[in-house]
Design a protein around this ligand. Structure first.
Ligand code: ADP
Ligand code: MG
Length: 326
């Protein structure tokens, strides 16, 4: 092995050398005048890029060697075995390099996970904002125009003497009512009414609507009439209930649904449970299904988590838990 060796024999010189230059490896004798390898290692391990540390000793005894390895030194070698030195050194270098590469990969992974989480949060916020904007436009533009047309047409219906005109006006009124109802419904779906009436009322509204649409009896149980929960947490809980109910209407073939909402013990928990067909295990990791995965990500944005439990033939339970101190 071609090596360049710097030799030091005091602890201060040792530390100064390690600080001053990037070394590939430290080769240390055990007993030195004034300090020993343990002192050297304890100083070296504090440095940001500590090189692998190999002990080369006359006689330190097995117990001390084992202890040294336990403390994190790379390897040790008896002076009688000096012929093995190149082998021991290259192994220490390899292990060190592998560890460094692994640490770097872990850091990169953590960074990319952090970025992904930030992106998710950002996307979800933009989606909510976009939805709120569309809802506002429907309300102000379409809703406003429909309402004023309704006034005019109902005036015509009231004042028309020609029976044909009257009946056309009445038919028009009925269609207008339908369109108003539709725009109301679209608005409610776009913008969670939670923000206006509180989470409990909003979840109850979702449940009633679901029951009316699907005919599946849906019970809501709440630990309280009103819950004092931060707006972002409310939106997460509301969207969870919404997606869980949508999934039930699409896939579960359930005959009963229970929703539990509680703010006990410092957590907001929302459970949506059905007695339907359950999620087949093959369906869980369906590549293009982002509903449940999106909910898990959403929960994470407010430090919460999603639990999915399901038994084929017995039903599914989706629970979101969010710490209230958030
Ligand atoms: N309540 C449920 N009962 C039965 N199957 C369900 C239920 N919820 C979800 N699934 C299954 O899990 C899959 C993943 O759901 P989801 O992530 O919401 O994606 P998507 O609704 O877009 O398919 C669904 O395709 C469905 O097969
Ligand atoms: Mg879905």
């Amino acid at each position: 092995m071609a090596c360049t060796v710097d030799c030091v024999d005091t602890l201060d010189e040792f530390i100064a050398a390690l600080r001053g230059k990037a070394y590939n490896l430290v080769l240390a004798d055990y007993y030195l005048p004034g300090f020993n390898a343990k002192d050297a290692w304890n100083a070296a391990r504090m440095l940001p890029h500590c090189p692998p540390f190999v002990l080369l000793s006359g006689a330190i005894g097995e117990a001390a060697a084992v202890e040294a390895i336990r403390q994190g030194i790379a390897d040790y070698l008896l002076k009688d075995d000096i012929a093995r030195l190149p082998h021991v050194l290259s192994r220490a270098l390899e292990v060190h390099e592998a560890r460094r590469a692994k640490e770097q990969a872990m850091q990169e992974l953590a960074r990319s996970e952090r970025q992904l989480a930030e992106l998710t949060e950002h996307l979800q916020q933009s989606i909510e904002q976009e939805r709120a904007m569309i809802a506002r436009e429907i309300h102000d533009d379409i809703g406003g125009s429909l309402t004023s047309v309704k006034f005019d047409v109902s005036w015509i219906a009231r004042n028309a003497t020609d029976p044909a005109l009257k009946s056309h006006a009445l038919a028009g009124l009925e269609m207008l009512q339908h369109a108003l109802g539709a725009s109301q419904r679209i608005m409610m779906n776009l913008r969670p009414p939670v923000l206006d009436q509180g989470l409990v009322a909003a979840v109850q509204w979702l449940a009633e609507n679901f029951e009316r649409r699907t005919g599946v009896p849906t019970q809501v149980q709440c630990s309280r009439e009103r819950m004092d929960v931060a707006a972002d947490v409310q939106v997460v809980a509301y969207r969870t209930a919404q997606e869980a109910l949508t999934n039930i209407s699409k896939y579960a073939q359930a005959t009963a649904v229970h929703i539990d909402l509680s703010d006990a013990e410092g957590f907001l928990t929302l459970e949506v449970r059905d007695n339907g067909c359950g999620i087949a295990s093959a369906m869980r990791d369906k590549p293009k299904a982002f509903g449940l995965r999106g909910l898990a990500e959403r929960a994470r944005t407010v430090d919460g988590w999603l639990d999915i439990s399901s038994q084929v033939g017995k039903g599914t339970s989706i629970i979101v838990s969010i710490p209230l101190g958030h």
